[in-house]
Design a binder for this molecule. Structure first.
Ligand SMILES: NC(=O)C1=CN([C@@H]2O[C@H](COP(=O)(O)OP(=O)(O)OC[C@H]3O[C@@H](n4cnc5c(N)ncnc54)[C@H](O)[C@@H]3O)[C@@H](O)[C@H]2O)[C@@H](O)CC1
Ligand SMILES: Nc1ncnc2c1ncn2[C@@H]1O[C@H](COP(=O)(O)OP(=O)(O)O)[C@@H](O)[C@H]1O
Ligand SMILES: [K+]
Length: 506
């Protein structure tokens, strides 16, 4: 159930199910029934329900839901955008089954309604809303603010773009969204996710074989997509088998970020962790570290000497590093030494722009390195790094921006935020949904970079390590809740890992 259906893939899935012998009207009947059943759980029988229907198949789902709720004893009023004669195909069939009145959408009356079924637009939304549809949505959202009106959306809240999560002019604020077969990007990406309320996925007869056959490149970031690649410690193993991670420290006044990353790498299971410290900051780092080792490393040459020891197998460079030539040099050394590498924070900004030493230099390093490189930008760093590449910056969704950036750079790109996207250069991507706004606090990004580095040190492949790091970060944050600070996140990991490994994360 982790796969994500784009609008086009949802249409393909419907078509394959129909070709496989389930008539389209039956898919619609099941879709409408699933919406009606969810709605019936939200309000007692006898209540007034307003069903708003659009001109396509999403509207058809609304006609089915209206009929079922009417049969179950609700007082249903149905409103349609446009004339009933304009409905085509399965939607026309569903309208034919509705024996009640069809009111124009402009006549929408929410007085004393307990429920709204939103079936205006689903995956076929193709432009910004205006006119009667926009007015109805504004009225429904406004009514919700001063009554106990419960809104259930069919497939996706109307006005939300299923592929990007963007609001097309105006969009329904739903309490419940019942989608079909699998979630769409718009259920996971902001702002769409905030409009969905609780999302339920109804099966409607589209089989797992159909979904598998579509070879979908996108999935929700859950243990199911990376747990098989996670390396458990071996019964007869030792720390050397679990990798040696290196966090490269900034100068005297900027050492904390690397220590946060180092602590995270250790907690997530790297066998050994070393902070590579500029000589001037050695005493500060040494004074703050216990299980983590510290080594004096003077600039790129010093790092090159350190990496003469092949056991240092994964590095994080960028937190607290400072922007410029020296940081670029460190990244070049790690990359040329063929090490798994997480480039974060100042490491990313050091390659901003497309001049010499800019993004092309970073991409060349990434492509020449057989080990994985992970870039972990937040939106600001992402814009700085890719600002001159229109096909990345102007891609129509956060999902596609991250995918384009991964394909362009050759690196795994973790585009952070409340809806972090983890994209691989082969075009696959995961969207994360277990974050919490309590993560919006200083240093949590350094911890994330450390989690990923620690997983890479243990030999996890790049895309899976990045995805696992993001999920564990979110799970640790949820386990802590309000008041969390970056330092807490690695300390919450043992409980999260225990639940994950013993009960699959539940
Ligand atoms: N057989 C199928 O294909 C199934 C489809 N289902 C439902 O069908 C939906 C997709 O149906 P459609 O492809 O017909 O698309 P929609 O029903 O989402 O909307 C398309 C219709 O809205 C119009 N439209 C698009 N944007 C508009 C705007 N901004 N203002 C005014 N009109 C606009 C289009 O011209 C078209 O008539 C899914 O979301 C799902 O709810 C389900 O019933 C399951 C089966
Ligand atoms: N509202 C939010 N919901 C979920 N996660 C968030 C939210 N805001 C920030 N985060 C997460 O917190 C981390 C912040 O990283 P970053 O911006 O690099 O901060 P810092 O540089 O202070 O470490 C990222 O993993 C990001 O995805
Ligand atoms: K809808």
């Amino acid at each position: 159930m982790y796969e994500i259906l784009t609008n086009a893939a949802a249409r393909q899935a419907d078509q394959r199910a129909i070709a496989g012998g389930i008539p389209g009207w039956e898919l619609m009947e099941r879709a409408g029934r699933a919406v009606a059943h969810r709605a019936a759980e939200c309000a007692p029988k006898g209540q007034r329900v307003a069903v708003v229907c659009g001109p396509g198949n999403n509207g058809g789902d609304g006609f089915v839901a209206a009929r079922i709720l009417d049969e179950e004893g609700y007082r249903v009023a149905l409103y349609l955008l446009g004339p009933v004669e304009a409905l085509r195909g399965d939607a026309a069939w569903a309208a034919g089954q509705w024996k009640g009145k069809v009111n124009p959408l402009a006549a929408l009356d929410l007085t004393s309604a307990a429920l709204v079924i939103d079936a205006l637009f689903g995956t076929g939304l193709s432009r910004d809303l205006d006119g009667d549809a926009a007015a109805a949505i504004v009225a429904i959202n406004a009514a919700k603010t001063h009554t106990k009106l419960h809104v259930v959306s069919a497939d996706i809240p109307s006005g939300i773009d299923g592929d990007s999560g963007a609001v097309r002019g105006v969009a329904i604020m739903a309490d419940e969204t019942v989608t079909f077969a699998r979630r769409k990007p718009g259920h996971l990406l902001l702002p769409g996710r905030l409009n969905c309320g609780t999302v339920t996925v109804a099966a409607i007869g589209i089989s797992d074989e159909i979904i598998t056959g579509l070879a979908l490149p996108y999935a929700v970031n859950a243990p199911g997509v990376w747990l098989r690649a996670y390396r458990r410690p071996e019964a007869a193993g030792n720390k050397y088998g679990r990798g040696h991670a290196v966090a490269v420290s900034g100068g005297l006044a900027a050492t904390g970020a690397a220590r946060l990353a180092a602590r995270a790498a250790l907690r997530v299971g790297a066998g050994l962790v070393t902070v590579a410290s500029p000589p001037a900051a050695l005493a500060v780092n040494a004074a703050h570290l216990t299980a983590i080792m510290v080594r004096s490393v003077d600039g790129p040459d010093g790092l090159k000497a350190l990496l003469g020891d092949a056991r240092f197998n994964a590095l994080v460079i960028g937190p607290g590093a400072g922007v410029g030539e020296a940081t670029r040099g460190l990244i070049a050394v790690a990359s040329e030494a063929g090490r798994a590498l997480v480039v974060d924070a100042d490491g990313l900004t050091s390659f901003a722009g497309d001049g010499p030493g800019g993004l092309p230099a970073l991409s060349a390093l990434v492509r020449a390195n057989a080990a994985p490189t992970i870039l972990t930008p937040h939106e600001g760093e992402f814009s700085r790094l890719f600002k001159n590449i229109p096909e990345i910056i102007e891609a129509p969704s956060k999902l596609l921006r991250a995918v384009a950036a991964a394909q362009h750079s050759g690196a795994v790109v973790v585009l952070k935020g409340a809806d972090t996207v983890i994209a691989a250069p082969d075009g696959r991507a995961f969207i994360n949904d277990n974050g919490t706004p309590w993560l919006a606090t200083a240093g949590t990004g350094d911890v994330l970079a450390g989690f990923i580095t620690g997983l890479l040190a243990q030999g996890m492949p790049g895309h899976e390590a990045a995805a696992a790091g993001v999920w564990l970060h979110g799970a640790a944050a949820r386990a802590l809740g309000p008041g969390l600070i970056a330092e807490d996140l690695p300390e919450a990991l043992p409980g999260v890992l225990k639940r994950l490994l013993e009960h699959g994360g539940r």
